[in-house]
Design a binder for this molecule. Structure first.
Ligand code: IPM
Ligand code: MN
Length: 347
């Protein structure tokens, strides 16, 4: 496993995630070999390097990557996001961004009165195309006639593989799949997504298929999250609705994700959905549970399903005793929460 702790609270939460992985490894009798990579703002500011090709080649030899978060206010926006995280997603063809939205018992949602039974879904966000592709450019930059184009790239192959993955997930859950797009306005991309979904649906008659426009999805996520089991959506919409999902499932301190290359040709990357939170670095206010849940997804990916389940259960148990889900009112510091999770894994 390659480890990129990154910047800000990244190293703080990754330390807890690794403790949990080691505890699970002891419990289940497997070994994890870790390679640490110093990437992020520190390295960029010191050397100008974001992600050398030699490091990409080394990372490619690993089975998985555990990633904290990158970015600090000193580095201009886009440098690390595009140069590091998006580059890895694209070069390693991690075409599924797997984001569970699950409210755990005892966790308070941004929606008053929401219960765990009503909030348990998975978002399959397309992770290599759409508005993130980098296709576009400026014309007449800096003049009054300036034009900035940012193209949404949607290929049949790219759409079909994420839709297919989503159907496979749905088959292992409640067998309900919702396509989330904006077909009433994005008539080219939307048409491709809808047609692809309809065609793949024919191979999965057991799965009930639904469609929502992305704006309406924001209403339903708040008012009736039970409507969703598996959501499949494009890169940009998936980015936005999973932040909303994070808020309804107890906050971004708990939201985990896996950037998956299901073929196994390249490693998959696991990371908390949150960022580097420069404002709370060193305060102990960062909740490490998002990183721990991400490590659990990583263990699952590595074929250690039982260990993954145990780590998830242990973290969920610790959540029950917390005050807030991040910040000064958590009632325990980042490392204390990490220690409690390790204890619960051994118990
Ligand atoms: C996320 C993040 C990234 C994204 C950024 C940091 C590039 O917001 O993983 O959701 O937009 O995908
Ligand atoms: Mn995001």
């Amino acid at each position: 496993m390659a480890v990129i702790p990154g910047d800000g609270i990244g190293p703080e939460v990754i330390a807890c995630a690794l403790d949990a992985v080691e505890a699970a490894a002891r419990e289940f009798g497997f070994r994890v070999d870790l390679t640490d990579y110093d990437l992020g703002s520190g390295r960029y500011l010191a050397t100008g390097e974001v992600l050398p090709d030699s490091v990409v080649a080394e990372l490619a030899e690993h089975d998985a990557i555990l990633h904290g978060a990158v970015g600090t206010p000193e580095v201009p926006p886009g440098v690390l996001e595009r140069g590091l995280l998006l580059r890895l997603r694209f070069e390693f063809d991690m075409y599924v961004n797997f984001r569970p939205i699950k409210l755990y018992p005892g966790v308070s949602s941004a929606i008053t009165g929401l219960t765990p039974e009503r909030c348990d879904m998975e978002v399959m966000r397309e992770n290599t195309e759409g508005l993130y592709s980098g296709s576009g450019g400026f014309l007449h930059k800096g003049t009054d006639a300036e034009i900035a184009n940012q193209n949404s790239v949607n290929t049949r192959t790219g759409t079909e593989r994420i839709v297919r993955y989503a159907f496979e997930r749905a088959m292992r859950r409640d067998r309900r799949l919702t396509l989330c797009h904006k077909t009433n306005v994005l008539t080219f991309a939307g048409d491709l997504w809808q047609r692809t979904t309809d065609e793949v649906a024919a191979e999965y008659p057991q799965v009930e298929v639904d469609y929502v426009h992305v704006d309406a999805a924001c209403i339903h996520l708040i008012e009736s999250p039970e409507r969703f089991d598996v959501i499949v959506t494009d890169n940009m919409f998936g980015d936005i609705i999973t932040d909303l999902g994070g808020a309804i499932a107890g906050g971004i301190g708990l939201a985990a994700s896996g950037n998956l290359n299901p073929t196994g040709e390249y490693p998959s990357l696991f990371e908390p959905v949150h960022g580097t939170a420069p404002d709370i670095v060193g305060t102990g206010w960062a909740n490490p549970v998002a990183a721990v849940f991400s490590a659990a997804l990583c263990l699952e990916h590595l074929g250690e399903g039982e260990a993954a389940t145990m780590v998830e259960k242990a973290a969920a148990e610790v959540l029950l005793g917390l005050g807030a889900m991040a910040g000064p009112r958590m009632g325990a510091s980042t490392s204390e929460i990490g220690d409690r999770i390790v204890e619960a894994i051994g118990a």
